[in-house]
Design a protein around this ligand. Structure first.
Ligand code: BGC
Length: 764
């Protein structure tokens, strides 16, 4: 151990002794003092080292696996690395930590980041699926157990939640967000941060969260990955930024910027976003990490002539940590010496990074997250799997359940049924893990077939019928994707002929959505739809179990198939969750967090669109000159907020405490909801508002409240909402958040087509 490390230790001890007398002083001030004392010991080079993050894929005995000319181990020893990513497992994390703690001059511990996006080793539903639960408690719990499992494995920082609003299902990363709506997105963003970080970040089972991708990444032109983003001020403030602001309100510790440009300025080099809005207006005190190589990519954008200038632009724009661009480690020192970057900016960045390390408790114990016994006990434990199963059940959306001969197919009867299960995805233990599962072992999901086999009363047969995609991996496209092989059709058709019910599991493979997986065609891929049509010819009693990472265009299925269950990619416990829902042991309660379009040409499609000057319909719908398509209806296939239950709900008695308020006033809204069907069930009661006239045109309606309630058969509950300035304000033509006086419409109901209506007025 070097002598300065000892000096550092003495300083810590002195400060710690003083801590009792500082009891009344804010914990934050204590940390700030500690951070300043370390900062005063650091050379410029060491400071820059803290701003440098390397990929690990760490092997205990060997160096990191990627091939660059930089000797990363040397850099660790020299204190020139502040963070690593993709180092998995306690053994490997400890090994890397040991190098910096024991060999570097100051021994400042590393922070270990990882994409814990929907679970770590035990995989939870993809985030879009979780959003479909509209269950904030369950979503928070899901993040909490993911943090616990990752922390037990040495990780202390997740690159989640992704809070990008997106209205374009062509974009593959919609699977990773909370869908199209800023209100729902903000609530979920807040819940996820609280779940990951808990109330006390220094506990061994909580980890730092990271709001990403700041900002606009979900609005790429034509839905093409990494593509140009051009949005106006109103869309930026009213739609894109609110979920990010919600994470700041939840005290998120880090932000990640984005690959895209925003109105001509790449997000990574965007001072307005990172310094003016985030660190200025929102007073964000954590640190900003670049996206992978996004500083270096400023050159590709045509915004920097070389990596050195890219580094200069990034630090000046507010990027505190460089993930894998080598711009900071290679050039920042020179840039400071040349006077192009102020050392105060470096100090500010390092202060932010060290503060998070302190808050995580890494200075007290750099190996805090490195207990192999805990790792064994927690990773893959029953506790984590139970939480993941609970989340998976709640994420399923029942899209259709119509009667055939006066009988509904779902829930399935538990006895004496011949059930034909068809589809490659029914017997796939990998696809359901979805896209972001780098911490998991492949092929570890419970298949639908396995889940259904646990119910012993029925006779089950299985036929693959057709493949969905072959040889899928995280990094590469599969050239054989969407195979045209129909050789399995005939045995599948035979198995369906005499079945009481056919369950067809069709859709996208887990690697058909996610980063780099934009699609221009949103139909069920390959020959799966053909297979469905062939089976339908011999047996109409089909339940379509649709698995997908994004809204799909399932028009034919909606028209013909009596029962459709959207199960997304549900993670490790997928098969169990799906079986429990199919058999009615859990009554589906999910609601779509994204509109399902009728065809790709309607995209971007979202419920909170504007009226236009020629809204539908003018008095004569056959007339040409109004805002519509000539070849397809303007309405979606399934609207935002839509989802059925095995039971039914009645809404009545909508009451407002007053119909006129001042701008800062409050209205209590109440509505009675009754379970009128034959099953106990849950309903997401949704509140929408329309601000009729504005200084900027306003959406036709906007979600402003929701509550998920449980109702037993026959039970009635009164659900209340409070409308206040927080809900009524928007970013107006004056470029400020304001409530504007005027008339409002309000609706309460089961989805974004809610029709139970009231009106109120806001006065000066
Ligand atoms: C993604 C980020 C992710 C990072 C590190 C990038 O390609 O855009 O969301 O956190 O890689 O894995």
């Amino acid at each position: 151990m070097k002598s300065n490390y000892l000096i550092l230790l003495v300083i810590f001890l002195l400060i710690s002794c003083k801590e009792t007398s500082l009891k009344n002083i804010d914990k934050k001030e204590v940390i700030a003092k500690k951070v300043d004392s370390i900062l005063s010991l650091m050379t410029l080079k060491e400071k820059i080292g803290q701003m440098n993050q390397y990929n690990g894929s760490w092997d205990v005995t060997g160096p990191p696996t990627d091939t660059t000319s930089i000797n990363k181990v040397k850099h660790l020893e020299q204190g020139l690395v502040g963070a690593m990513l993709n180092v998995k497992g306690v053994k490997n994390v400890s090994a890397a930590q040991k190098i910096v703690v024991e060999k570097s001059r100051l021994g400042i511990p590393l922070i270990f980041g990882f994409d814990v996006i929907h679970g770590y080793k035990t995989i939870s539903p993809i985030p879009l699926a979780e959003a479909a639960s509209w269950d904030l408690k369950a979503i928070k719990r899901s993040a909490e157990v993911a943090a616990k499992e990752a922390a037990a494995s040495g990780i202390n920082w997740t690159f989640a939640p992704m809070v990008d609003i997106s209205r374009d299902a062509r974009w593959g990363r919609v699977m990773e967000g909370a869908g199209e709506d800023p209100f729902l997105g903000s609530k979920i963003a807040y819940a996820r941060v609280k779940g990951f970080q808990g109330e006390d970040l220094s506990k061994e089972n909580t980890i730092a969260a990271c709001a990403k991708h700041f900002a606009g990444y979900g609005y790429p032109e034509a839905g093409k990955e990494y593509n140009t983003v051009s949005v106006g001020v109103s869309t930026l403030y009213n739609t894109i930024l609110p979920p990010f602001k919600a994470t700041v309100d939840a005290d998120v510790k880090t932000f990640m910027n984005a690959f895209n440009e925003l109105n001509g300025i790449p997000a990574t080099g965007n001072k307005f976003l990172q310094r003016t809005v985030l660190k200025g207006d929102w007073n964000f005190k954590g640190f900003v990490v670049s996206d992978w190589g996004s500083i270096m990519e400023l050159q590709h954008h045509g915004y920097a002539k070389d990596n050195k200038q890219a580094g200069e632009i990034a630090i000046n724009a507010g990027v505190d940590m460089d993930m894998e661009s080598y711009a900071y480690i290679d050039h920042l020192e020179t840039l400071v010496k040349e006077g192009k970057v102020k050392e105060s900016l470096i100090n500010d960045a390092v202060r932010r990074i060290l503060t998070v390390k302190y808050e995580l408790g890494l200075f007290d114990n750099p190996y805090k997250y490195c207990d192999e016994k805990r790792e064994q006990q927690i990773v893959n434990s029953k506790e984590i799997n139970d939480a993941v199963l609970d989340m998976a059940k709640k994420s399923i959306v029942l899209l259709k359940n119509e009667s055939i001969n006066n009988k509904k197919l779902l829930p399935l009867k538990k006895q004496n049924q011949k059930i034909a299960i068809i589809g490659a995805l029914a017997n796939d233990d990998d696809s359901m893990l979805g896209n972001w599962r780098i911490g998991a072992d492949n092929h570890t999901a419970v298949t639908v077939l396995e889940g259904l086999k646990k119910y012993k009363g029925n006779k089950i047969t299985y036929e693959k019928g057709a493949d969905v995609a072959l040889g899928k991996t995280f990094f590469y496209y599969d050239t054989k994707i969407n195979t045209t092989d129909k050789s399995g059709f005939s045995s599948a058709i035979n198995s369906a002929k005499n079945a009481d019910v056919v369950i067809m599991v069709l859709g996208e493979h887990g690697f058909q959505s996610g980063e780099g997986r934009s699609r221009t065609n949103l139909d069920i891929p390959g020959v799966q739809l053909d297979l469905l049509k062939q089976i339908y010819k011999v047996n109409k009693k089909i339940v379509l179990v649709l698995t997908n990472g994004r809204p799909l265009t399932i028009n034919w299925s909606k028209e013909h198939i009596p029962a459709i269950l959207d199960v997304w990619q549900l993670g490790t416990q997928a098969g169990n969750a799906i079986a429990q829902v199919l058999y009615g042991d859990y009554n589906p309660s999910g609601k779509l967090p994204m509109t399902f379009p009728r065809n790709v040409g309607q995209i971007p499609m979202y419920y909170s669109h504007k009226f236009t000057g020629r809204p539908t319909p003018l008095p004569d719908p056959a007339m040409v000159f109004w805002s519509k398509y000539t070849d397809v209806e303007s309405s979606p296939l399934y609207p935002f907020g839509y989802g059925l239950s095995y039971t039914s709900f009645k809404y009545e008695n909508l009451k407002l405490s007053t119909s006129k308020i001042k701008k800062e006033g409050e209205i209590k809204v109440s509505v009675a909801v009754t379970n009128t069907g034959n099953f106990d069930g849950e309903e997401v009661v949704q509140l929408y508002i329309q601000d009729i006239i504005g200084s900027l045109t306003r959406p036709v309606r906007e979600l402003k409240g929701f509550e998920k309630i449980k109702l037993n058969v026959g039970e009635t509950k009164t659900v209340s909402f409070t409308i206040n300035a927080d809900l009524l304000q928007f970013y107006t033509a004056n470029n400020t958040w304001q409530v504007e006086a005027g008339d409002f419409n309000l609706w309460v109901g089961t989805d974004s087509n809610a029709s139970l209506k009231a009106t109120f007025k806001v006065v000066e």
